[in-house]
Design a protein around this ligand. Structure first.
Ligand SMILES: Cc1cc2nc3c(=O)[nH]c(=O)nc-3n(C[C@H](O)[C@H](O)[C@H](O)COP(=O)(O)O)c2cc1C
Length: 283
C-alpha cells in the first residue's frame, strides 16, 4: 500500500460503477469492498441503518451482497482489499479462490454480527479458516477481521497460528435501540452493529492489547473521524487505518482531511508514519 488510509468494508456498496467513481474521483490508497459471499445475499428489509447519537450509528444490513462473481464486473479500478465471508469453511475457501486475483489484500470477515451463521458465528473456527484460506492464497496477504469481544486477544492468536498475515480490528459491536412509540426495536433485524465514535476507545484498547501480545500487521478501524483518531490507532499498533462511519456521516472528503491532518502533524514533529506505529504500547 502506498498510503496508510483505506475505506472500511461495507461503506461503498459493491456496485461496479460506484466503486470506479470512488476510485477515480477520490483516489483512496485502497478501498475495501463490502463482504462478498459465494452466492448473493439479500439485505435485511429496512430500516437497516440508524444514527442514534452524534457520530454513532447502528446497522444491520445483513451482509447483503451480489456474490463473489460480481468481482468480474468490478475489476481492479484501484487497489482493493477484498472482504470475503461465508457460513462454512468450505464456502469461505471457494470465495477466496475467486477473490484472490482481485485483491491486494484478502480480508476474511469473521465478525459481522448481523446475519446468523455468517460473520461472528464463524469466529470459533478462526484458526481453521485462516489455515484453509492461506493454503490457497500464498502470494498475497490474508487478514482476519475480528470484533470487539472478550476473547478477541485469544482469537487473534488463533488467526496468526493458522497462518494469517495480519488482523483487521475491529468490526461493529452488537447493540439494540428501542422506539418508544411502538415499544419495538428500530432496526428490522432487532439488533445492529454499533459503529462510529462510540466504539473508538474499544478499538484503541483492543488493537493495543493485540499488538502488545503479538505485534502483528494490523488494519485498525473503529470510529476514526479525524487525524487524531487515526494517529491514536497507529500509536497502538495499526499500520493501515480504515475509515467507515465517518464517510457515511461526512462524505468521502473526510479521507483527504484525515490524510492532511496526519501529514501536517508528522512533519511538524519530524516523524514519518511508521515511527508512530505501536509507539504508545509499553512492552
Ligand atoms: C453500513 C455498514 C456496513 C458494514 N458492512 C460491513 C461488511 O460488509 N463487512 C465487514 O467486514 N464490515 C462491515 N462493516 C463494519 C466496518 O467495516 C467497520 O469495521 C466498523 O463500522 C467500525 O468502523 P467505523 O466506526 O469507522 O465505522 C460495516 C459498517 C457499516 C457502518
Amino acid at each position: 500500500m502506498n498510503d496508510f488510509l483505506t475505506v472500511a468494508s461495507g461503506i461503498v456498496p459493491d456496485v461496479p460503477e460506484y466503486i470506479s467513481k470512488v476510485c477515480n474521483e477520490i483516489k483512496p490508497a485502497s478501498l475495501t469492498l463490502k463482504t462478498l459471499t459465494l452466492n448473493g445475499v439479500e439485505p435485511h428489509r429496512p430500516p437497516t441503518v440508524l444514527k442514534f447519537h452524534d457520530s454513532c450509528y447502528m446497522n444491520a444490513i445483513g451482509l447483503g451482497n451480489p456474490g463473489v462473481r460480481s468481482l468480474e464486473n468490478i475489476g481492479k479500478p484501484c487497489q482493493l482489499i477484498v472482504s470475503i465471508g461465508g457460513s462454512s469453511i468450505d464456502e469461505i475457501v471457494k470465495v477466496a479462490e475467486i477473490a484472490k486475483q482481485y485483491g491486494t489484500i484478502i480480508e476474511v470477515n469473521l465478525s459481522s454480527p448481523n446475519r446468523k451463521g455468517f460473520g461472528e458465528s464463524m469466529a470459533r473456527y478462526t484458526k481453521e479458516v485462516a489455515g484453509a484460506v492461506k493454503d490457497i492464497i500464498n502470494d498475497k496477504p490474508v487478514f482476519i477481521k475480528l470484533g470487539p469481544w472478550d476473547e478477541t486477544l485469544q482469537l487473534a492468536g488463533k488467526a496468526l497460528e493458522g497462518g494469517a498475515d495480519g488482523l483487521t480490528l475491529i468490526n461493529t459491536l452488537k447493540g439494540m435501540k428501542i422506539d418508544l412509540n411502538s415499544f419495538s426495536p428500530y432496526l428490522s433485524y432487532t439488533t445492529g452493529g454499533i459503529s462510529g465514535k462510540c466504539i473508538h476507545p474499544l478499538a484503541v484498547r483492543i488493537i493495543h492489547d493485540v499488538y502488545r501480545e503479538y505485534e502483528p500487521e494490523i488494519i485498525g478501524i473503529g470510529g476514526v473521524f479525524d487525524w487524531e483518531d487515526a494517529l491514536e490507532l497507529a500509536s497502538v499498533g495499526a499500520k493501515i487505518i480504515g475509515v467507515g462511519t465517518a464517510i457515511l456521516d461526512e462524505g468521502l472528503s473526510v479521507l483527504t482531511e484525515i490524510r492532511k491532518g496526519v501529514n501536517d502533524f508528522l512533519s511538524e514533529k519530524g516523524l514519518r508514519f511508521p515511527d508512530v506505529i505501536g509507539r504508545a504500547v509499553k512492552k
